[in-house]
Design a protein around this ligand. Structure first.
Ligand code: NCD
Ligand code: ZN
Length: 335
């Protein structure tokens, strides 16, 4: 049987939520990943050091038997220098959301005024705290990411020492930006390597494929595949696995978010294998993130095998991407 080993897989964009949902989903990521960048969009968002430390403890309490490092983040606001110096040892990055653009982002940034942001972004540059950005404008839904490129340019030009991560990119425009500014990096999800808008609303409406940013055109997916399959050194895997209870997804106002964490490595193996690029998967799913974030996770080895695997219909009250579908790779063991 064909197998493939991955060392220290990392998920550099992960929503673990809180409470019962956290207890349900955190062990699933901790099983197959060495660590993950934990998103701060709780209600209310994570904006104090006490919140960071307490949330980290709640995460750790759900995974007593697995090694998993939650790399913590703060929800962006215009923090002052003194606070950031104190916070730096406890966080891996700060996540910026434009106000109201996605789930639990109401407290985000409502306009990008450099003078107001300067103290924070300069301190982050000096302290080497990366800025992770949900890059969407408030325009027409299919154009939101492309329209946001001007904001990335503004930030990248004005803060050349700030590491800026374009989160969950979905367009060829974002891929092109990687070459334009040295300090721009990106995460790519597994669902955006598989889905286009057709898989969301092309036939019957598929709420479990609905997320922000929405899946785009085939040529956008091609551009993402090109840099992911080649493990472009400025690109890393971030699942953006975003669980919502079934009744919030199968509803007249469907919440945005695809739950992919428990099948992410299997689907990555499948698509890298299909394109004869399995040798590049290690860099995409761990090594690039290790060098971009300067992290050194503890040893974990995941062996995957090429055999039919039926994706579970649900994980407690959360429906995963491709529920009930047979995929081509499965996890054989984790050491
Ligand atoms: C995320 C969530 O549910 O928290 N939803 C999503 O569609 N991706 C938020 C986000 O990352 O945009
Ligand atoms: Zn997200």
């Amino acid at each position: 049987m064909k197998t493939h080993k991955l060392l220290m897989p990392l998920d550099m964009h992960l929503h673990l939520r809180d409470g019962v949902m956290l207890e349900n989903v955190a062990p699933l990521s901790a099983y197959s990943f060495s660590g993950g960048l934990i998103m701060p969009n709780l209600v209310p968002p994570i904006q104090t050091l006490e919140d960071v430390k307490a949330y980290k403890e709640r995460i750790m309490a759900t995974i007593p038997n697995d090694y998993f490092e939650p790399y913590m983040t703060l929800f962006y606001k215009n923090y002052d220098k003194a606070f950031l110096a104190m916070a730096a040892p406890h966080i891996m990055a700060i996540k910026l959301y434009p106000a109201g653009i996605t789930t639990n982002s109401e407290g985000g940034v409502s306009s990008f005024k450099l003078d107001e942001m300067r103290e924070t972004l300069e301190a982050m540059s000096i302290l080497e705290i990366p800025l992770c950005v949900h890059g969407e404008s408030d325009g027409f839904v299919m154009d939101r990411e492309a329209e946001f490129m001007s904001v990335y340019e503004l930030l990248a030009k004005n803060f050349p020492k700030l590491k800026i991560i374009m989160e969950h990119i979905t367009t060829k425009e974002a891929v092109a930006m990687l070459e334009k500014y040295e300090n721009l990096y990106a995460t790519i999800t597994v669902h955006h390597l598989y889905l286009t808008l057709d898989d969301v609303v092309g036939g019957m409406m598929m709420p479990h494929n609905f997320c922000k940013p929405i899946a785009k055109r085939p040529q956008d997916r091609e551009a993402l595949l090109r840099v992911a399959l080649d493990a472009h050194p400025k690109v890393m895997f971030g699942s953006d696995s975003a669980p919502h209870p079934k009744d919030k997804k199968e509803s007249s106002g469907c919440a945005a978010g695809v739950f992919s964490a428990p099948i992410a490595l299997q689907l990555l193996c499948e698509i890298f294998d299909k394109h004869n690029k399995l040798d590049n998967l290690q860099a995409f799913v761990s090594d690039n993130a290790q060098s971009i974030y300067k992290i050194c996770p503890e040893f974990k080895e995941v062996t995957l095998e090429k055999r039919a695997f039926e994706v579970p219909q649900s994980y407690a009250n959360v429906i995963p991407m491709y529920a009930g579908k047979t995929i081509e790779w499965a996890i054989q063991s984790v050491e």
